[in-house]
Write a protein that binds this ligand. Structure first.
Ligand code: UDP
Length: 337
């Protein structure tokens, strides 16, 4: 199969490109390197079945050629990280909405399959845990920038399903829950790389709020295998799936685990949300996927538990390729923004 991966030089995209190559497919990656990096795809460049294009997916002419080439499009390109989303909401919404529209429009005439990666953010602050794909979305007020991202991704889902219903474009929607692993940068504030870098540098480990909020962290290898399996399964078309892990953990416990596993002397400090993200911020208390639907279709089960995920991320940041990342100051070490 010829696979186009938008955002393929990013953290998840590069792992997906690798997985697709391993499965024998040809892969083209398109990425503007706004948050992705060449280092992520460097090891793939020697593969004859691999090519990459550095450009924006808003370049319609280019995307028309690439979509024409592809049998399937994995649309991952998006603005990532709560930090970027609250700092630059216009960019987040515009990129997400326009890019998804362009991909679907271009995929429509030849009914190319599109796998759209949405996010667990779309569930918003619902308190009904675990989250099921057919649950209502509970988003906060529009003046809280965070929800603009959720809204833009939800709109992508509506649009994808509309293209399926009206034009027969085979779409699959995957809602990704807190994906973690090597290559995830600490630059955009995601909690695990942030804690690991802070611990390795001996800086304070910054827990936001009271740390009682929970998340469920998914190993990137599990995420990309799920994406490929969903792409290959005809029964996934026109459907939404949670992709994640259901091992729920409190953020304060993640901080303690990281400290213990790194043997760090870092203190664990509590930072109020308004200092971390500004006044108009709102967090969700719990986030756990219900995996019944994806398990029933493709037999998906997360294979890596949090402790092993943390060990792998620590190993990655201790490796020589990351020394420069550790030497430079942490974007999220507490200067606030
Ligand atoms: N978080 C934290 N300290 C940090 C970064 C994040 O306590 O330095 C918290 C954040 O407030 C949230 C959770 O960790 O409750 C996960 O944050 P992340 O940005 O990784 O993902 P989210 O699930 O919010 O999209």
């Amino acid at each position: 199969m010829r696979c186009l991966v938008t955002g393929g030089a990013g953290f998840i995209g590069s792992h997906l490109a690798e997985e697709l190559l391993r499965a024998g497919h040809a892969v083209t990656v398109v990425d503007d390197l706004s948050t992705g990096s060449i280092e992520n795809i460097e090891p793939l460049t020697s593969e004859v079945r691999f090519r990459y294009v550095i450009d924006t997916i808003l370049n319609r002419r280019l995307m028309a050629e690439l979509v024409d080439w592809a049998d399937i499009i994995f649309h991952l390109a998006a603005v990532v990280g709560v930090k970027l989303v609250v700092e630059d909401p216009v960019r987040a919404i515009r990129t997400n909405v326009r890019a998804t529209e362009i991909i679907l429009e271009l995929a429509a005439p030849k009914r190319k399959k599109v796998v759209f990666t949405s996010t667990s953010e779309v569930y918003g602050k619902t308190s009904r845990v675990p989250f099921r794909e057919d649950d209502d979305l509970v988003l906060g007020a529009p003046w809280r920038s965070r929800w603009g991202y959720a809204c833009s991704k939800a709109l992508g889902e509506f649009l994808a399903l509309a293209y399926w219903r009206e034009y027969g474009v085979p779409v699959v929607i995957a809602r990704l829950f807190n994906t973690v692993g090597p290559r995830q940068t600490n630059r955009y504030g995601m909690v695990i790389p942030t804690f690991v870098c802070q611990a390795l540098r001996g800086e304070p480990i910054t827990v936001y709020g009271d740390g009682q909020q929970t998340r469920s962290f998914c190993w990137v290898g599990d995420t990309v295998r799920a994406l490929v399996a969903l792409a290959e399964h005809p029964g996934a078309v026109g459907q939404i799936f949670n992709v994640g892990s259901d091992e729920e953990v409190r953020i304060v416990d993640v901080a303690h685990q990281v400290k213990a596993l790194t043997g760090s002397v870092s203190p664990i400090v509590f930072i109020p949300y308004d200092r971390a993200y500004g006044d108009d911020f709102e967090d969700m208390r719990r986030r756990v996927p219900d995996l019944t639907k994806i398990r029933a279709l493709i037999g998906y089960r997360p294979t890596v538990r949090l402790e092993e995920i943390l060990r792998q991320v620590i190993l990655y940041y201790r490796s020589s390729e990351c020394q420069s990342k550790l030497d430079s100051p942490t974007a999220m070490s507490f200067s606030g923004f």
